[in-house]
Ligand binder design. Structure first.
Ligand code: FES
Length: 271
């Protein structure tokens, strides 16, 4: 890294593409200072404000929550608002930024996520409640909550999608992002249609299209495990009828009065 006083200067090579002016994408280099704590997103803002106002990228929360700033950094997909600049330059002080892979480029680092969201919609990511809602609350065990926690933390940034080698080969695949959401609904004890969901995932573009390459695990900025969720769905696809019958029986029992055995435990140890 070149140094300017005590603060090093690094080179960021950014893939540019303006469909109104360019025939194909190209790399453009910018120099920025890299003090400790500066993120790649901070550097993009600095370049846009001070060097080239036409640079186009997405961001919103700046706190690794909204997922909009996911892009390709030196070949790996990540959230640039959560990526320290200094940690991602090579030994020559150079870093290369490209948009998310396998999605059409709208401009510079912004991609068209239409197919990504269509696959998400395809798995019906909303809850389908039973016809007879229990009079009291739906009850879930601690184990069920723990199993669903992963899928609930997904922020739909697209890092797993653009790291998936199956997506690279074919668009005939639902994708790890949508399958993780399908897992969330199939395993949710409040949902009444797990067999229908699993039958949909049993098609040619569903769970069996995954080649278990694990790229989605490496890419996920939240440390989630879409591959494990897909493996669980594969097992449930085979026994989906019995799985849904067990779910319905559980709901029927939830409507029964709770059987109290022995004395209820005291809530506090005081007198
Ligand atoms: S800006 Fe929201 S996740 Fe990076």
């Amino acid at each position: 890294m070149a140094t300017n006083g005590s603060v090093p200067t690094v080179t960021i090579r950014i893939q540019r593409f303006n469909p109104d002016a360019d025939k194909k994408p190209y790399l453009q280099a910018f120099q920025v200072k890299a003090p400790p704590g500066k993120t790649i997103l901070d550097a993009l803002h600095e370049i846009k404000e001070e060097q080239d106002g036409s640079l186009t990228f997405r961001r919103s929360c700046r706190h690794a929550i909204c997922g909009s700033c996911a892009m390709n950094v030196n070949g790996r997909h990540m959230l640039v608002c959560d990526a320290p600049l200094r940690e991602h330059v090579d030994r020559h002080g150079v870093l290369t930024l490209r948009p998310l892979a396998y999605l059409p480029i709208i401009k510079d680092l912004v991609v068209d996520r239409t197919s990504f969201w269509e696959q998400y919609q395809r798995v019906k990511p909303w809850l389908i409640p039973p016809e007879n809602i229990p009079e009291k609350e739906f009850r879930m065990s601690a184990e069920e909550v723990a199993a669903l926690r992963d899928a609930e933390h997904c922020i739909m940034c697209g890092a797993c999608y653009s790291s998936c080698q199956v997506i690279a080969l074919t668009k005939q695949y639902i994708g790890p992002h949508a399958l993780l959401k399908a897992f969330l609904r199939v395993l949710d004890p409040r949902d009444s249609a797990p067999a229908e969901r699993l039958a949909d995932l049993d098609r040619g573009d569903g769970v069996y299209r995954c080649h278990t390459i694990f790229n989605c695990i490496d890419a996920c900025p939240k440390g989630l495990n879409p591959t494990e969720a897909i493996e669980t769905l594969r097992k449930l696809v085979i026994k989906r009828g019995a799985f849904e019958a067990a779910r319905a029986e559980r709901q029927r029992r939830l409507d029964q009065p709770i059987e109290v055995v022995g004395e209820a435990p005291a809530l506090s140890g005081g007198e």
